[in-house]
Design a protein around this ligand. Structure first.
Ligand code: SGN
Ligand code: CA
Length: 503
C-alpha cells in the first residue's frame, strides 16, 4: 500500500511538472506582412492556417519589433534583449555571439529538448540547442543547402518551406518524448525574391489588387523617406525580382533559377515566359509599367505566402495527429512587417507602421481563450520571457522584455505605455539609421547618419504617416513629453549610442 501511494505521488508530481512545462513551437517567417494575412483582415488572400492559430488562441494587434530586419529580430527573439545588448545590430557586420544566454539555454537547463530548423541568418552556427539544421544566410527557395550540426553543408532537393517542415516533423518524431520540447521553425518565405512552390505559381495570376492610397507618395516633409532605395518603381528589378528576363542568357545568370532541377525550371519558366511574352506585347511605360510591377509583385508574394501557410497547417495537423495540440504553445510571428506598395515600397527597416509592426498570433489551449484579440503594445523582445514564464522558469534579470502571459490570461489589463525602437543598418535600400518611441497614438523618430533630424506623427489623424508634424505649431508639449519618455526608455534599456544623440 505504502509503495502504491508513493508511486501515485510520484506520478502526480510528474504529471503536474509536465503540465507546468508545455511544449513550445515558434514559427518565425521572414518579411510576412500583416496586410496579407486574413486573420488581420487582409483583403488580398486567405491564410487559413495562420487564421486557425488566431481563432483558437489570440491575435496580437499591436505586436512590434525592436529593429525591423532579419538577423537582429531573430537575435532579439533568442535573447530577450535589444540589439545593442545582444550585439547583433545589423545583417552586414554583425556575428551572433552564441556564448551569450538565450531562452533556449534556460529551457535546456530545465530539461527541455530544443531545436532550430530552417532560416537562422545569424552568421555563427547555433549554440545551446539539442538539435539544429539551418539554411546558410538567406537560404534558397529551391533545392536549398543546409548546414548540419557536424558542420557539413548539403543540398536537399525540393521547395524550402516543405523541406523545413519535413525536417521539423522528422525531429519531432525522433525526439525523446519523455521530455518537453521547444522547436523553432524558421521559414524563408516570404523573403525577396518571392518564389512560390510551383503548385502555387498561378494562384493569383488573374487577380488585380487595389493600389494603396499612398502608392505615389512624394515623401514631402520626410527626409529619410525621400532618400531610401526601396521603391517598386526604381529599386525592384524586372529580371531578378519579377523573373521577367530579357533573354535566356540573363535567366541563366540568375542563381535562384540556375539551381533548379530541369523539371522545376520547366514548370517555372513556362509560367514566367508566357507572362513575359504578354508584357513585351504591351510595351508599357511610366505609371502603367509601375502598376504592372506592383501587380506582379503582389501575385508572387501572395503565392509565396500561400506556400508558407500550407506548411503552417502541416505543423498544426502534426500536433493534432500526435495528440500534442493541448499542451503545446504555438506562436506564429514574422521577423518584421513589410511594405506591400505603401509609400510605393517593398522591404522594411523603417519605424513606420508597416515594417515596425509584425503579425503575431499565439495558441495555448486551456490558458488562452479562443478568439482573443489583444490590443496591448507587445514586442518580439517579449517572446523569450513569455516562454520562460509559461514553462515556470525564472526569467533572467538582464532580459529586457516582459512576459505577455498575464496580458493574455486576463490577469493584467494594462501593458507598456510606449515602445522603444532602434534601427542601425546603413547600407542596402538606403534607410537612414534611426531610433524612436511610439505610444500607439504618437510616434517620435530621430534619424541620424544618412539623414539628420526628427519626425513626429499623430497616428490618429495620420495613420499612413504622411505628415511629419515635428516642429509644427501646437505640438511643443507632446514633443517634449515624448522626448522625456524616450529618454527614460533609453536609460532603462541602457542604449548609450542613442543617448548621445538626444537633443
Ligand atoms: C537581402 C535583400 C534585401 C533585404 C535584405 C534584408 N536583397 O539583402 O532586399 O532588405 O536581404 O532582408 S537581395 O537582393 O539579396 O534579395 S532580411 O530579411 O534578411 O532582413
Ligand atoms: Ca526579414
Amino acid at each position: 500500500m505504502k509503495l502504491f501511494s508513493m508511486l501515485l505521488m510520484a506520478l502526480i508530481m510528474v504529471i503536474s511538472i509536465q503540465a507546468q512545462q508545455p511544449n513550445v513551437i515558434i514559427i518565425v517567417s521572414d518579411d510576412h506582412a500583416y496586410q496579407t494575412i486574413s486573420a488581420y483582415g487582409s483583403i488580398f488572400m486567405q491564410t487559413p492556417n495562420i487564421d486557425r492559430i488566431a481563432k483558437e488562441g489570440v491575435r496580437f494587434n499591436k505586436a512590434y519589433v525592436t529593429n525591423s530586419i532579419c538577423g537582429p529580430s531573430r537575435a532579439v527573439i533568442l535573447t530577450g534583449k535589444y540589439s545593442h545588448k545582444n550585439g547583433f545590430k545589423d545583417n552586414v557586420s554583425a556575428n551572433f555571439n552564441g556564448a551569450q544566454n538565450t531562452f533556449i539555454k534556460e529551457l535546456g537547463k530545465a530539461g527541455y529538448q530544443t531545436a532550430w530548423i530552417g532560416k537562422w541568418h545569424l552568421q555563427s552556427n547555433p549554440e545551446g540547442f539539442s538539435f539544429w539544421q539551418v539554411l546558410p544566410g538567406q537560404g534558397s527557395y529551391y533545392n536549398p543547402d543546409f548546414i548540419f550540426m557536424n558542420g557539413e553543408r548539403k543540398r536537399i532537393e525540393g521547395y524550402v518551406a516543405n523541406i523545413v517542415e519535413d525536417v521539423a516533423e522528422d525531429w519531432l518524431n525522433k525526439r525523446d518524448s519523455t521530455k518537453p520540447f521547444c522547436l523553432v521553425i524558421g521559414h524563408k518565405n516570404t523573403h525577396r525574391t518571392w518564389m512560390p512552390d510551383t503548385r502555387d505559381l498561378r494562384l493569383f495570376t488573374n487577380t488585380r489588387f487595389p493600389l494603396p492610397d499612398n502608392f505615389y507618395d512624394n515623401y514631402e516633409s520626410r527626409a529619410a523617406a525621400a532618400v531610401q532605395d526601396m521603391t517598386i518603381d526604381k529599386t525592384m528589378r524586372m529580371g531578378y525580382d519579377l523573373k521577367m528576363f530579357e533573354n535566356k542568357a540573363e535567366e541563366e545568370k540568375e542563381f535562384s533559377i540556375k539551381r533548379m532541377t530541369a523539371e522545376q525550371r520547366r514548370n517555372y519558366m513556362e509560367y514566367y515566359d508566357s507572362l513575359n511574352n504578354d508584357l513585351n506585347k504591351k510595351k508599357l511605360t511610366g505609371k502603367q509599367l509601375i502598376e504592372w510591377k506592383y501587380q506582379r509583385y503582389m501575385q508572387d508574394y501572395l503565392a509565396t505566402a500561400a506556400s508558407l501557410d500550407r506548411n503552417i497547417g502541416r505543423t498544426l495537423d502534426y500536433l493534432d495527429k500526435n495528440n500534442l495540440s493541448k499542451n503545446t504553445i504555438v506562436i506564429y510571428v514574422s521577423d518584421q512587417g513589410f511594405y506591400m506598395g505603401e509609400h510605393g515600397w517593398f522591404d522594411k527597416r523603417f519605424m513606420y507602421e508597416e515594417s515596425f509592426r509584425t503579425p503575431m498570433v499565439m495558441r495555448y489551449p486551456g490558458l488562452i481563450k479562443a478568439g482573443s484579440i489583444n490590443e496591448q503594445l507587445v514586442m518580439n523582445l517579449d517572446i523569450a520571457p513569455t516562454i520562460l514564464d509559461a514553462a515556470n522558469i525564472q526569467v533572467p534579470a538582464d532580459m529586457q522584455g516582459k512576459s505577455f502571459l498575464p496580458l493574455v490570461k486576463g490577469f493584467q489589463k494594462k501593458g507598456r505605455d510606449a515602445i522603444y525602437y532602434h534601427y542601425y543598418e546603413n547600407g542596402e535600400h538606403a534607410v537612414s539609421p534611426h531610433f524612436g518611441i511610439s505610444t500607439g497614438r504618437y510616434k517620435l523618430i530621430r534619424f541620424y547618419t544618412r539623414v539628420e533630424g526628427w519626425e513626429l506623427f499623430d497616428l490618429k489623424s495620420d495613420p499612413r504617416e504622411m505628415n511629419n508634424i515635428y516642429g509644427k505649431k501646437g505640438f511643443d508639449k507632446i514633443t517634449s513629453d515624448l522626448k522625456k519618455r524616450l529618454m527614460e526608455l533609453i536609460d532603462q534599456y541602457e542604449d548609450a549610442e542613442a543617448k548621445k544623440l538626444m537633443d
